[in-house]
Design a protein around this ligand. Structure first.
Ligand SMILES: Cc1cc2nc3c(=O)[nH]c(=O)nc-3n(C[C@H](O)[C@H](O)[C@H](O)COP(=O)(O)O)c2cc1C
Length: 333
């Protein structure tokens, strides 16, 4: 357990913010698998102030997901502060997170995301401006630096703390690395030792054992898990169990996986309507199917699904096919 401001986080396992993925449908599902904290996908400060319907829907929170961290991004103080004030007053998010790690050029060219990493003074200025205007705890998610020549992780983290930030999530890659190479856990450790506020370590936690290793090696307060949870909320459950009880739980059966995939689909339909949800769910279904034996054909076919019925029938047929194979193998054996 740890605290972010006055918000209690019941365990050390945190779902990372992921654009196009971490909406309420996925977050609630991951929460039910035991995550201590779930993070929402990033939302643009300007889009919040513009208040278009799509952006307002992105701010939807189901009370069962809480505690929840809602991430905003922007490159200008005025709009970021105003957006934070809106989130503070008009949502039930528990934490306001500022994105200072996004490496995508579309974002960094607006001085947002990872662009912040080049200037600890600017970070101090921005975080203090936001923190002084809102009641909810403010946190920052950052990368270790811009490139190998500009790794200001310790200075940046100290700036966040001095400005009143209540926690830091640190992805152990530079902006230039994007998602390549390996995450540098040594710098995560250095940052943890340099600040008094909680640090969540992030990057390359693919198994429950990785999570334990990150905690042991860096001393961070929490592990933030991103890609390993895609189509795989069991990763969160298995990690919590491993950290708390030292037990490595078996991987789920194909039927269990597809049941949760269908639950996720129905939640996404409730959130976005069938048309949009089924299209968005194609990538998730492929992730849920990943790692199951004999999935090549069905993984292709999900891309042609246009309705709930199409997708559910396809997944159900796949389960029956796999179970029949397992049964005949067992009989033959
Ligand atoms: C599809 C996708 C979307 C992402 N969107 C965001 C985002 O909105 N905000 C953010 O701070 N990081 C975002 N990230 C970065 C992740 O939060 C995380 O830092 C990164 O994936 C490394 O962690 P991992 O190795 O556990 O995946 C995204 C990553 C992925 C794969």
């Amino acid at each position: 357990m740890f605290h972010i401001g006055d918000i209690e986080i019941k365990n050390k396992v945190v779902l990372a913010p992921m654009a196009g993925v971490c909406n309420s449908a996925f977050r609630l599902t991951v929460k039910e698998f035991g995550a201590g904290l779930v993070c929402a996908e990033m939302v643009s400060d300007k889009a919040i102030l513009f208040k278009n319907a799509k952006t307002m829907n992105m701010l939807y929170i189901d009370e069962r997901e809480k505690p929840l961290s809602l991430q905003i991004f922007g490159g200008e103080k005025e709009t970021l502060v105003e957006a934070a004030k809106f989130v503070d007053k008009h949502t039930t998010a528990d934490i306001i997170d500022i994105n200072m790690g996004c490496p995508v050029p579309k974002i960094t060219k607006c001085d947002a995301g990872a662009k912040w990493l080049l200037d600890p003074n600017k970070i101090y200025d921005m975080v203090s401006a936001v923190a002084s205007e809102v009641d909810k705890p403010v946190t920052v998610k950052m990368r270790i630096g811009w490139d190998d020549e500009h790794i200001f992780a310790v200075d940046n983290a100290r700036a966040v703390e001095a400005a009143g930030g209540k926690a830091i999530a640190l992805h152990g890659r530079t902006r230039v690395q994007m998602y390549e190479g390996t995450a540098n856990w040594d710098i995560i450790k250095e940052v943890k030792q340099s600040v008094g506020i909680p640090v969540m370590g992030n990057g390359d936690v693919q198994t429950p054992q990785d999570a334990k290793r990150m905690l042991d090696e860096t001393g961070v307060d929490g592990v933030m898990i991103g890609r390993a949870a895609l189509g795989n909320p069991w990763m969160i459950y298995r990690t919590v169990q491993y950290l708390e009880h030292g037990k490595l739980i078996d991987e789920p059966s194909v039927r269990d996986k597809m049941d949760v995939c269908k639950l996720h689909l129905d939640r996404l339909i409730a959130l976005k309507g069938e048309n949009v949800a089924v299209r968005e769910m194609r990538k998730h279904a492929a992730w849920y199917l990943k790692g199951t034996r004999g999935n090549a054909t069905v993984r292709n076919s999900v891309n042609d699904c246009n309705t709930r019925n199409d997708m559910v029938s396809l997944l159900d047929e796949f389960v029956l096919e796999i179970e029949a194979k397992q049964q005949s193998n067992a009989q033959a054996g």
